[in-house]
Design a protein around this ligand. Structure first.
Ligand code: HAM
Length: 417
């Protein structure tokens, strides 16, 4: 019997892993520049944490979570997103006591049992950040600017930023009622999914992916026209900060997002390089979430971005193609007696911080030389009786195709130059 990876999961293999590592380091560098610090939360949590924060009626909680009962009969769930866990940790560890604004980031696998397709996996990876403690629009602008900065740093500019305000507990209920009344009038023509949502989560009907639904709801009232004074003024400030930071955006009154914890600002970054799953990143404000999870009322805003989708765009554009690690030197043994010396020298060079490789398959000298080439080593040296006798190696530079004799004692120094 052979085994296969689970549908919707993916092995990330070399040389692709080198690209992932590079992108991770770019992401970290951007986050650090904005003074966000890393937080690592467990891969699974109590199921009720997600039901409570993301919302019982969302697709994620309703049909996508990897939920299981462990041997103690506790219901646990592999995290489908990061925000709920971060806020749980923020409350549990009193992070707000030490500082009034907590800025954290994460890079982590997430799990959702969605129908797999290009850009949609069941185990996927996100990088994301949360700024917890500021109710002000400057924090929204910072998060959005930081999201965009990651793509800019990677020379990706072909994206669109959509923003919206989804209101708050003061203005949203009235808008929802108005929308519901309008939607009920056209209910029979809508898709079954949207019909279901009219009563449960009417704003998501506007976010439907179904073309007919979109056409039928094209003249529906939008939340942007029903915001209370506070939400409206907040939204105006966010827009004005974005403009002054030179960030272009489109206001999309239909943007709702698939998680229920949002208040005020919601945003999404989409790429035309992707297919139907075109959202590179998404985020928004969640001023009621900490309270909802049993903490002190604390406003917050954050975003998360799909790693795989970013990698798809990078690949499509042919960027970051030569990042794989290669040995600096390959030490080949000319005969059996020099093998043990070659192994020791390889280890010694490594201890001096040099990427060194040798043969572990007892191959012929010709095969070892081929391997050095295949590994794209910068240098190769062949050691046999003559070299051992002279205590010197002939160092061949495989890039510029020249060679020079170097005493064994100087090898590490020469290779570090
Ligand atoms: P989200 O929109 O559910 O938001 O996910 C953020 C990003 O994760 C998406 O834009 C997409 O790039 C990626 N993503 C989501 N599901 C999948 C999947 N099945 N396969 C591949 N990529 C996927 C959140 O998760 C919120 N926690 C964002 C946030 C942070 N809001 C406030 N703070």
């Amino acid at each position: 019997m052979t085994f296969k990876s689970i549908r919707g999961t993916k092995d990330i293999l070399p040389p692709e892993t080198a690209r992932w590592q590079h992108v991770e380091s770019v992401v970290r560098a951007v986050f650090h520049r904005y003074n966000y610090k890393e937080i690592r939360t467990p891969i699974f949590e109590q199921t009720s944490l997600f039901a409570r924060s993301i919302g019982e009626l969302t697709d994620i909680v309703g049909k996508e979570m990897y939920t299981f009962t462990d041997r103690s009969d506790d219901s646990l769930t592999l995290k489908p997103e990061g925000t709920a866990s971060v806020i749980r940790s923020f409350i549990q560890n009193n992070l707000g006591e030490a500082q009034p604004l907590v800025k954290v980031y994460y890079i982590s696998p997430m799990f959702r049992q969605e129908r797999p397709q290009a850009g949609r996996l069941r185990q996927f990876h996100q990088f994301g950040a949360e700024a917890i403690g500021s109710p002000f629009a400057e924090a929204d602008a910072e998060i959005i600017a930081m999201t965009i900065e990651v793509y800019r740093q990677l020379s990706l500019t072909n994206y669109a930023l959509k923003i919206n305000s989804v209101g708050c507990e003061k203005c949203r209920p009235r808008y929802k009622e108005i929308l519901q009344t309008e939607l009920r009038k056209i209910a029979p023509q809508l898709s079954p999914e949207s019909q279901r949502r009219i009563e449960q989560n009417p704003m998501r009907v506007l976010d439907s992916k179904n073309e007919d639904d979109l056409r039928l709801t094209s003249s529906m009232p939008l939340i942007t026209n029903y915001l209370c004074e506070e939400c409206s003024s907040h939204f105006e400030k966010v827009k004005s900060f974005l403009s002054s930071l030179g960030i272009s955006y489109v206001v999309d009154g239909r943007l709702v997002r698939g998680l229920d914890y949002y208040t005020k600002t919601a945003f999404e970054l989409t790429s035309s390089e992707l297919g139907s799953q075109d959202a590179l990143a998404g985020g928004g404000r969640y001023d009621l979430l900490a309270q909802e999870l049993g903490g002190k009322p604390t406003p917050g805003i954050g975003f998360a971005a799909g790693f795989e989708r970013l990698m798809m765009v990078i690949e499509k554009k042919g960027l970051l193609n030569d990042l794989d690690v290669h040995p600096t030197i390959f030490l080949a043994a000319a005969d059996e007696t020099s093998r043990s010396w070659v192994l020791e020298k390889t280890m010694e060079l490594r201890s001096h911080g040099i990427a060194a490789e040798t043969d572990f398959l007892h191959r012929s000298l010709k095969a070892q030389m081929r391997e050095a080439d295949r590994q794209r080593a910068a240098f190769v040296t062949v050691v046999g009786a003559e070299e051992l006798n002279k205590q010197a190696a002939v160092l061949k530079n495989l890039r510029v195709k020249n060679e020079r004799e170097v005493p064994f004692a100087d090898l590490a120094k020469v290779l570090s130059e």
